[in-house]
Design a protein around this ligand. Structure first.
Ligand code: ATP
Ligand code: MG
Length: 329
């Protein structure tokens, strides 16, 4: 069976960009493939963060993933730092990862720009990602478009390791994208991102969803109600494609092109559909938040399953790389 791996940082609340670009796909894939989904806390510390809130954000991201539909009976959900092998493989892969390629990554350049002093961990971020995926020999990685470049580099790292230590050992993982592979933030400029504060959270109240959608950017060509627009370049249309039924999506596109309605009308329909689609998840999240020990127990079981797979790979990797085996204690 095809092995699938993907991760999400506990760097803030799960937002509709994460959901439409990645997590919705995970929920679908869990019934078709052998899937692992990870809350990547080791990645989250590459940006300024508060050590006092990391653990609660990590727990809350797990809650969010379960509430969004990941079922621990159908896939493995765990926390990255609970499986130490991620760190170990990460180091081994840094010895084959090409520095020039790391420096060329758009995410690195973007995020480095926002920091006064750039930690080496931010540069090595895609190496740890490669370790996450290769540790389980996963071949499919469902992500948003912003990760495609990292996936290319991941394949390069796998090829370089395979060339030195074992032809064909690691598969070359492929990205799997959704239709909403790049959701823009509410300003309509940068991509929606936990660390940019331009998000709509998956579990926000109906009032708050509407408050954020109402002033959100649309196609700038629609200056007045009479100006026609191009739905394909409007972020609100992207969101309709994620939350509205196909007939509504077709209708929305038509009314935008012909200036048949105003952007506010369009947003009201979107808000109603979004609120309806998200309500059951919001309830589920509230129920899970009332039971932290239950969530921790699910995560413990997930990490145990992941660790068993990871240990197998690491024994083979250490052997192929020529390390001296430690005597049994
Ligand atoms: P951060 O700002 O901390 O990087 P993020 O919102 O980019 O947070 P990540 O944890 O980095 O979230 O990414 C989780 C998943 O969500 C990845 O697969 C990523 O490609 C996807 N994703 C993130 N933002 C978007 C977006 N705006 N549109 C579509 N997919 C997205
Ligand atoms: Mg990101």
């Amino acid at each position: 069976m095809t092995r699938v791996f993907s991760g999400i940082q506990p760097s803030g609340e799960l937002h509709i960009g994460n959901y439409l670009g990645a997590v919705q796909n995970w929920v679908r894939l869990q019934t078709q493939h052998d899937c692992l989904f990870c809350v990547v806390d080791l990645h989250a510390i590459t940006q300024p963060y508060d050590p006092r809130t990391l653990s609660s954000l990590t727990l809350d991201m797990a809650v969010s993933l379960y509430a969004a539909g990941l079922d621990p009976d159908k896939c493995i959900v765990f926390v990255q730092s609970h499986v130490a092998e991620h760190n170990e493989l990460n180091w081994l892969l840094t010895t084959v990862a090409p520095l020039g390629e790391l420096e060329r990554q758009t995410q690195f350049k973007d995020k480095a720009q926002r920091q006064e002093s750039v930690p080496a961990g931010l540069l090595a971020y895609p190496v740890l990602q490669a370790a996450d995926v290769l540790l389980y020999k996963a071949s499919l990685v469902p992500v948003g478009e912003d990760q495609v470049q990292h996936l290319e580099l991941m394949r390069e790292i796998a090829r370089r390791w395979n060339a030195r230590y074992g032809a064909g050992y690691f598969p070359e993982p492929q990205a799997l994208l959704t239709n909403a592979k790049r959701v823009l933030g509410l300003d309509g400029k940068a991509k929606m991102s936990k660390s940019l504060g331009n998000t709509i959270g998956l579990f926000e109240s109906p009032e708050s969803i509407w408050e954020k959608l109402r002033p959100a950017a649309t196609d700038p060509a629609r200056k007045t109600r009479k100006d026609p627009g191009t739905p394909e370049i409007c972020n609100i249309f992207t969101l309709h494609q994620g939350f509205s039924p196909p007939q509504t999506v077709a209708d929305v596109a038509d009314k935008c092109r012909t200036a048949g309605w105003g952007c506010l009308d369009c947003k009201r329909v979107l808000a109603d559909n979004m609120i309806a689609a998200l309500a059951p998840m919001r309830e589920q999240a509230a129920a899970l938040r009332r039971d932290p020990p239950g969530v921790l127990e699910r995560l413990r079981a997930g990490a145990a399953k992941a660790r068993a797979l990871a240990r197998r790979t690491m024994a083979e990797v250490r052997d192929r790389m020529g390390f001296l085996k430690a005597a049994e204690d």
